[in-house]
Each structure stands twice: as structure tokens, then as C-alpha cells.
Write a protein that binds this ligand. Structure first.
Ligand code: HEM
Length: 634
């Protein structure tokens, strides 16, 4: 008996060793065929078991002599692209392969490679198995491929037009007033240290996405609904839970997003029974959210059946309901109810945290870079003047804003801290090996190989971005620094297109990612919204939303880093300009160190309560940003 058990274990162990070694050998052969630099790792970075347990193994491996692990261990740590910076690429150039026993991946910071991958959607699709957990409320545009994706993309893209961008601009202006009131504090005077900027920009983006996704007006604490609001919408807009719910709609939405990873990873049948507070909270959020979605769907279907005209606002879910139940529904009738709820959910997920963090980092970087903030304020004054933001006309201000220091600051944040630092694709397993050309040489990528487009690395690659000496890191170039002014440098690169690229129209905004009057990076070198057919559907909405928020805030206010850690308000009051500059430098160094610690779970952000304290002050009442970096005032 004992010997048969030992035999069984021996056989299983032999099989495991054989699978491991033969898998590794086969992937090494594929790497050699690709003729690109490669490293061999004991476990692949995308291996789920490794992703859960890496924190146990990495410190253990680091106890071994450094020469044993320094050339490869970095790829097995999360966020190596963002945290490791450019030096990790030095041994490899712009493309390298990571070869593990179960998988092989190409990582690239080469624009030519990125162009070829993003332009050929069918040869380099998304690996939708990785996205299946995001189908928890229904199939949607992010989680599907092939003809199913086409259908989802077509129906959802219909809402992403200029008319709706203008509606979003107006709602962003309105919601930014809520953010400002929050930051000014109850006395409305400002000068109060804000440690919740990350949370507050999330609320701002949530309230805007509530409008984009459902046509709802969501409130900030202390606000009330307009008296003439449609009673059906009041139920969703109210800060109090209506009957049948234990949370308001906004609370249900915010908590569902807060507990998203729990809801994605823990089976619901288990979650329901777990005796922990986080499990109860996430379950309550999900139950409320699903309840609201069902009611919302039924309300919208009833509206369509009663022949009610659509409201003149952005409302993706309403538009999807009309696509299925309206008079001209034939084309899109393949949508089922869960697809509608699934798409509404994914638009919120895709458009909430991404925009919130970009805005949060832009506010923080502008506080950290007073010269950039002053240049931005000058442009707000020139474009918008002193007019009440509610009177700003979208058609006349949007293009000037897109060509201004506001867009330059937004682009610079997207360059340095893209919400999605690495965009995953793979070589379609059913289409065989694929050849790509890099600097005139052919390279064969094996079918099934995963491809990580490193946005964060290509966007700091000196081959594509003109550089100047860094003002913060002596002896280095300025590619790791926040320098919005870079977007006003001259461009000599053509927007290289791919000859056999996918040219079909998949809807969404058609213009470029950046204004023609700003620096135009080589195609593939600036991919915060990805590129090609599967690029971000909400790009224009996100840009419009962020520009509106920046313009409203900086028209009347400045943002400064808080210095409470080093000096009281009374002490600052008595300081000379030079003393203030020295003090602010401490806050600037601390700010840079904190931002370097950002990490990505869903998107790149400051996790675990990490924050950079800031203050909102009326223009003319600044303590620092009008005296720091003043030599740069032109
Ligand atoms: C700063 C803000 C944003 C950034 C940086 C961003 C970035 C991206 C990126 C990189 C992708 C491709 C992801 C991948 O291939 O895995 C993507 C896809 C997508 N984004 Fe955004 N996004 C932003 C805002 C938004 C907004 C506001 C919306 C909606 C209102 C939105 C809706 C979508 C959708 C639906 C997709 C999937 C498109 C498809 O697969 O066909 N995004 N986004």
C-alpha cells in the first residue's frame, strides 16, 4: 500500500517536472525563433498562483546572491514598468521576451511594434479569458472579442458623439463646483489642508459618470436636488435610500466600485456567507446596485414603450434600452437585458477610476510645479476670462482648451502616470505565428504569446520624446519629470500608419489624442488610451471632463502643497520669499517620493491611504506658488 502511494506521488512529481521542463524548453525555442533578447524566469509574471504568492517568494529569492536574480527578478514584481523606470530596460533595448514554463510574453516600449500590434486587431486581439470576471453583471464591450465585440462596440459607440461631449462638459462644470465647495470647507475660505484629494476626485468622476451612464444628476454632501426634477430620477439622485434599498444609488455605485476586487474574486455564493465586515459591505453594495439596475432598466423600457422622447442628456443605458426596445431596434436586437446592464457597468468601471486618478495626479503635479500652474492659469484667463463657467460655450472653448497649457498638463500626466500602465494583447492562437518588423528586421512571434504594450515605458523613451536637462535630477534628462511645457516643443515625427492595418470604423471619437498645435508624438509612442480599433471609447469624454474641471478650479483658485508637517500657518506668515521657497522644496521632494509609490490594481493610483496633502486657495491669496520657480516667469 505504502509503496503504491509513493509510486503515485513519484509519478505525479515526475509528470510535473516533465511538464515544467518541456514547457520551458518549448518557450525558449520560441524565444530563439523571435530573435529578440529574452530572460528565463521560474514562474511567469501572469501566472495567477505567482501573482497571489509573489510577496512570499520575492524576499526569499532576494536573500540569494544578487548576481543570481538581478537580471530577471524585477519582471516578477508588480508595477516593474512604473517603479523600475528606464534602467530596467537598459540591458534589452526596446523589446524583450519573458520566458516561463507555462507562457512566453513580449514586453515592448517600441512605437513601431506597438503600431503593428494595435493596428491589427484580429491578429493581436485581447485575451478575453482574463476579462471574464468583468462579466459579472453581463457581457460587454470590454470583455468580448470578434463579432460579439463588434456588436457591443457599435451599440455603445453611438452615445460617444460631440453632442454628448458638450453635455458632459456642462455637467463636469456643474460637478466641479461641488468639489470646490468641499475643498473650501464650511466657511468657504479655503486654506484648509486636504488629505482626501484622491477620494474627492473619485466622487467627482463618479458623479460625472452617473450622468454619462444614466443621465442622472448625483449630489455632493449638503446639496439638494432641483425642485423641478423628474420624480423618477429623484429616486436615483437622492442622498437618502429610497424604499426597498439600504443605500442611495450613489452610495451603491461607489461601494460596488470600492469593493470591486472582492466582488470579482470571491464567488458570490461564498461571499454571502462570510462573517466579515468587508464581505457584508460588498454584498450589501452589490445587492443594492443590482436592484437599482433592474429598476432602472424597467423604468427605461416603460419609457420607450410609452413613446416618451429621450431626454436631451447623455444616458448610455437609456440609449442601449432604446437600441433594443425602440422603434428602430432591428439592427441591435441581439442585445439582451444583461448585456445592457453589463455595458452600463463596464462604462462606469472604465470611465471612473481612470479619469479620477488622472485628474488627481494632474492637480497634485500642478501644485508641485508652480510655473506650470501659473502658465495654465494664464491660458484659462485668456480662453475663459472671468465669465461664469455655466455660460462657457463648449463649441467655442473646447479647441482652444485642447491646444492650451491645460491640455499640456493633462497629457503630461497621462504620459508619466497612465491609468493603464501596460496594455495586454496576445498573438491570436488560431491565426498562427505572426511576423512583425522592427527597425527593418523581421521577428516571428509565436501563436499564443502575450504582448504587453508598456505605455509607461514608451512614453518615457528618449527615442520618441525630445529632452532637456532635468531641473530636479541633475545630470539626467527631463523625461521622468512633469514638464507640460514639453508639449509646446516642435514635432518632427510623421504619424506613421500601418499599411495593412484595420481601417474599419468601430465608432467613437475619430480625432487625434492630442491637438495638432501641440507636440505630436510618433504614433505608438503615446498610448494612454491605447490605439486602433480597441482603443478607449471614452477618450473624448474623459478629455472634455478633465479640461472642464481644470478650467473651473484654476479660473478662481490655485492649488498648493500643504506644509503643515514642517511649519504652522503663523510661522509661514512670517517667512520671507526665500524661506518659503526652501520650505516648499521639502513638500515638493515629499510629493515626488509619494507619487513614485503609486501602484496599479485596476488602475495606477495611490493605494492604502497614501496621499499628498494639498490646499485650495483663492487666486491672490497664495503663500507659495507665486514665489516658487519665479525665475521661469516669462
Ligand atoms: C483618463 C481617462 C481614461 C483613460 C486613461 C482610459 C484608458 C483606456 C485604455 C488604455 C483602454 C484600453 C484597455 C485595454 O486594451 O485593455 C480603454 C478602453 C475603454 N475605455 Fe477608457 N480610459 C479613460 C476614460 C474612459 C471613459 C471616461 C470611458 C467611458 C465613459 C471609457 C470607456 C472605455 C471603454 C468602453 C473601453 C473598451 C473599448 C473596447 O474594448 O472596445 N474610458 N480605456
Amino acid at each position: 500500500m505504502v509503496s503504491s502511494v509513493a509510486l503515485l506521488f513519484g509519478a505525479v512529481a515526475a509528470w510535473a517536472v516533465y511538464t515544467y521542463v518541456s514547457g520551458l524548453a518549448s518557450n525558449i525555442a520560441k524565444a530563439r525563433k523571435a530573435n529578440l533578447p529574452y530572460i528565463v524566469v521560474p514562474a511567469h509574471p501572469y501566472n495567477k498562483l505567482w501573482q497571489i504568492t509573489f510577496w512570499i517568494w520575492v524576499p526569499l529569492i532576494k536573500r540569494l546572491p544578487k548576481s543570481w536574480w538581478e537580471g530577471w527578478l524585477f519582471v516578477l514584481e508588480p508595477d516593474w514598468g512604473y517603479r523600475g523606470g528606464r534602467k530596467v530596460w537598459e540591458p534589452f533595448g526596446e523589446n524583450f521576451l519573458v520566458v516561463g514554463p507555462g507562457a512566453i510574453s513580449l514586453f515592448t516600449r517600441n512605437a513601431e511594434t506597438i503600431r503593428q500590434v494595435t493596428a491589427r486587431r484580429e491578429l493581436f486581439p485581447k485575451d478575453t479569458t482574463d476579462y471574464q470576471i468583468l462579466t459579472m453583471f453581463g457581457q460587454n464591450v470590454l470583455t468580448t472579442e470578434g463579432s460579439l465585440w463588434r456588436m457591443h462596440r457599435k451599440v455603445t459607440a453611438a452615445s460617444f458623439n460631440e453632442k454628448n461631449a458638450a453635455h458632459t462638459f456642462a455637467e463636469s462644470i456643474n460637478q466641479t463646483h461641488g468639489l470646490i465647495s468641499e475643498w473650501l470647507g464650511p466657511d468657504g475660505k479655503g486654506h484648509k489642508t486636504i488629505t482626501t484629494a484622491e477620494h474627492d476626485t473619485m466622487t467627482l468622476a463618479l458623479n460625472i459618470i452617473g450622468y454619462v451612464g444614466f443621465g442622472l444628476r448625483l449630489l455632493w454632501p449638503g446639496q439638494t436636488l432641483p425642485p423641478d426634477i423628474d420624480p423618477k430620477l429623484a429616486k436615483y439622485g437622492s442622498l437618502e435610500p429610497p424604499s426597498g434599498h439600504t443605500m442611495s444609488f450613489a452610495q451603491a455605485l461607489a461601494s460596488t466600485l470600492e469593493y470591486l476586487l472582492v466582488l470579482l474574486l470571491v464567488p458570490w455564493s461564498v461571499l454571502k456567507r462570510l462573517p466579515f465586515k468587508w464581505a457584508r459591505n460588498s454584498w450589501e453594495a452589490k445587492e443594492n446596485y443590482m436592484g437599482y439596475m433592474d429598476e432602472f432598466l424597467q423604468d427605461k423600457i416603460a419609457e420607450v414603450r410609452q413613446g416618451e422622447q429621450p431626454k436631451d442628456s447623455m444616458d448610455i443605458m437609456g440609449q442601449l434600452v432604446r437600441a433594443k426596445y425602440g422603434k428602430s431596434a432591428s439592427e441591435s436586437s441581439e442585445l439582451c437585458d444583461s448585456d445592457i446592464i453589463g455595458n452600463a457597468f463596464i462604462i462606469i468601471v472604465a470611465g471612473h477610476e481612470t479619469t479620477a486618478n488622472t485628474l488627481h495626479f494632474t492637480f497634485t503635479e500642478l501644485a508641485n510645479n508652480p510655473a506650470a500652474q501659473r502658465a495654465l492659469q494664464k491660458d484659462v484667463d485668456d480662453i475663459c476670462g472671468k465669465d461664469d463657467p455655466s455660460t462657457w460655450n463648449y463649441e467655442s472653448v473646447i479647441n482652444p482648451l485642447l491646444a492650451s497649457h491645460l491640455a499640456a498638463a493633462m497629457n503630461e500626466t497621462l504620459r508619466l502616470m497612465p491609468a493603464v500602465p501596460e496594455i495586454p494583447k496576445h498573438v491570436a492562437p488560431s491565426r498562427g505565428d505572426q511576423v512583425i518588423i522592427i527597425d527593418g528586421e523581421k521577428h516571428t512571434l509565436a501563436a499564443g504569446m502575450t504582448v504587453g504594450l508598456s505605455a509607461v515605458s514608451v512614453q518615457r523613451n528618449p527615442r520618441y520624446w525630445p529632452t532637456r536637462p532635468s531641473k530636479v535630477q541633475p545630470g539626467q534628462d527631463d523625461l521622468d519629470d512633469f514638464e507640460p511645457e514639453r508639449w509646446f516643443r516642435s514635432s518632427d515625427s510623421a504619424r506613421d500608419e500601418i499599411e495593412d492595418g484595420d481601417t474599419e470604423d468601430y465608432g467613437g471619437f475619430k480625432g487625434r489624442d492630442t491637438s495638432d498645435s501641440l507636440f505630436r508624438p510618433a504614433r505608438g509612442a503615446f498610448i494612454p488610451f491605447s490605439d486602433g480599433a480597441r482603443s478607449c471609447l471614452g477618450r473624448r469624454i474623459a478629455q472634455v471632463e478633465m479640461l472642464a474641471a481644470l478650467a473651473v478650479v484654476f479660473q478662481k483658485y490655485s492649488i498648493e502643497l500643504a506644509v503643515d508637517e514642517w511649519a504652522s500657518d503663523d510661522e509661514v506668515e512670517k517667512m520671507s520669499a526665500e524661506e518659503r521657497r526652501r520650505l516648499y522644496k521639502k513638500a515638493q521632494d515629499m510629493c515626488r517620493a509619494t507619487l513614485r509609490k503609486a501602484s496599479s490594481r485596476l488602475t495606477l493610483k495611490l493605494h492604502g491611504g497614501m496621499h499628498v496633502p494639498i490646499r485650495l486657495v483663492k487666486r491672490g491669496e497664495e503663500r507659495f506658488v507665486n514665489v516658487v520657480d519665479t525665475d521661469e516667469l516669462a
